[in-house]
Design a binder for this molecule. Sequence first.
Ligand code: C2E
Ligand code: MG
Ligand code: MG
Length: 736
Amino acid sequence: MRGKNSLIAAVVIAAATALVIAFSIYKPQYAAITLLVYFATVFFLSVMVFILSSMYDKHRSSIDTKDFVAIAEHLNIEIMIWADDYSFIYLNKRIRQLLEVDYDGYDRVFAMNKAFGLIDNDPDLLRKIAAKDSHEASFRGKNGNITTITWSTSLVKNRRTHSVYISTGFDLTELKKMKVNLASANDFFNAAMELAEIGVIMTTDHKKYAVSPEAARVLGIHGNSVDVNTFRSLIHPNDRNTFDKAVKFADRNVGVESIDLRIKPVDGSYHWYSFRYKAIGATGNTLPLFGGALIDVSQERAKDMLIERLAFIDEVTEIANRNRLMEVGQETYDTCQLLNYSYWIIVLDIDRFHIINDTCGYKNGNYILKNFAHILYKFVTPGGLAARISGDNFALVLRDYGDDELPVLTARKVQEEFARLAVDEFSAINLSCSAGYSKMPEDGSSFLDVMEHAEFALKSSSGLRASICGYEPSMHDSIIGNTELEKQLATAIDNNELQLFYQPKISLKTGRIMGVEALIRWIKPDGTIINPDYFVPIAESSHLIGKISDFVLNEGCQQNKMWQKMGYPNIVMSINFTSSDFYQKDLKEKVFDALTRAGLSPDWLEVELTESLALTDEEFAISQMNNLRELGVKLAMDDFGTGYSSLSYLQKLPITLLKLDKSFITDIQNDNIAYEIVSSVIRIAKSKRIETIAEGIENKDQEEILRKAGCDYGQGYLYGKPMPAQKIEEFFDKTR
Ligand code: C2E
Ligand code: MG
Ligand code: MG
């Protein structure tokens, strides 16, 4: 198009020049002026053509760009079109909005000013944008907001005019903000972790754990990640299983769970950590996550161990205490039922320990307890246990391997070893212990049940030293259970099956009967006699004891009065009170009523109490004793030496008679220490004007020793077993 126009112009110019030359030849006088006018005209036309053509060109190029601008204007990406000499710069609507520039469309001057004013204040920015495939630049909008755009630029060469650059942008502002947020969240997280001194580990692939600074310190590693296997190797071998299970079974999207682990740093020793962990399942946008927090709980653990020690270890002997025994025992019982195993439980009691304690001193008493515990400990087999139940009561739990002799043989070996301890300062003492045993699960419905049966067997033994006795269901008098026994006992009371037997008490000086002890018997219709050891505890645990005691009190008083009326010499009637009898508020009134009803003088009634009874509530016990004393009734301390004996009671309690327990008397001929104890107790009692009586005298030797020791009275099979009233009358007649 342009070539054709130039040809036309050349032809026109050539024709015009030919005409001017022809005219100048034809009219030479006008040649000079004609040529002058011609050249002036050509010059003028050339200038016009040049101006017009350049205007035309300008018009054309602006039309091309405008087409493109029209398209770019509404595209939803940032577009910038500019000439390499900056003779024009176009910013599309999208970028104008981003930059908050409110001019409309193409305006070269305005755009240039704006662009240079806004883009990072960097005059070379456009060149930099053009120089690279992509260039990131930040813009500050009118309102001060920073916008970051990454530009990608293409050059469009223009043959005739300047080259044009077309830059397309991608807005990174939100992405940048997210990065900043992430970075600060990370800082915040790390700072929080450091402050809380909590080690955190996290993984998405179960190959590596990302670790917080504290976790890195705990593990003794550098950097912020650790290989899963390395982490696992730092866990105590015994805890690895727990950890593996936690990882495997961590409930997806369920709450936080917790396990305790021992973990050691790479070069260090184990500490206890509470590992609180959680697993989060993968979602469309996230990977599955497993993570946990490590909190050092070594100090708490140490405290727990101390508490556990205090709660489960006996202070004196350092073996398991009763709590531990009950816990392990029940677990063992359950295992027995589950796996068809059997275990023996042997309950052991150091004979006359309280007296040893009183006479040899507390320190030596503890020494004996400790050594006894160590002897027992030697006999513990895997799965078994040695424990101190209370005072001088111990237990041994032994696995049964089918040898029914095991409990007796073990108890005997314990007795032999224990006896060997009697050297040096203990050489004068016969150290012995008694044992009762039972088998689980056969002998009871729970561990407690089985243990009580072993204790029952211990108590049911002859009462002699060094006895060993196994539990037999028949010990319960073939009665199935306490409730059944209770029912039968209640009927027995209503049917007057309870009867008092009387055992004579003899003056060791005169050999005369000075009193009787009323001892209850249950005589069944078929004539079987049941001893109080079997039914008094049952009566005590039910309301029946009240009825029994009322009967004993009234019957005892009336019988004594009857004998007086019959002309027999006046004697003291002793009756036994249990703790529930003794702690009744109207005890004084009851005793007074019984005496009045019988018409018996209080001088001829004596109440026997045990030491443990006075221990329950010492202050109230003393006031009750004083109440009875005010009535004029006598007070005896029964079974002295078997309970929590303390000679200090002789000082504190208003008692008139002290009954030495038969366990001292049994072997008094051979046992020096028993003799020493008995004679010193008699001496001390005398100094307090308290009379003494020895229980369980069975032979003349014992009687002789006791008489020489100054004991006032004696009671035992030597003089007579407990007998019905009628037999006592014969006794009176015989000794009159
Ligand atoms: P306790 O008060 O210490 O009674 C003495 C026990 O020793 C009696 O047993 C008696 O038979 C027994 N005994 C007496 N002399 C000898 C002897 O030489 N050798 C041996 N091996 N034993 C002897 P019993 O009658 O079986 O009574 C046992 C316990 O039952 C009594 O011990 C007493 O605590 C309690 N008891 C008996 N009757 C009653 C009662 O009416 N009421 C209450 N609350 N308890 C009673
Ligand atoms: Mg008694
Ligand atoms: Mg007694």
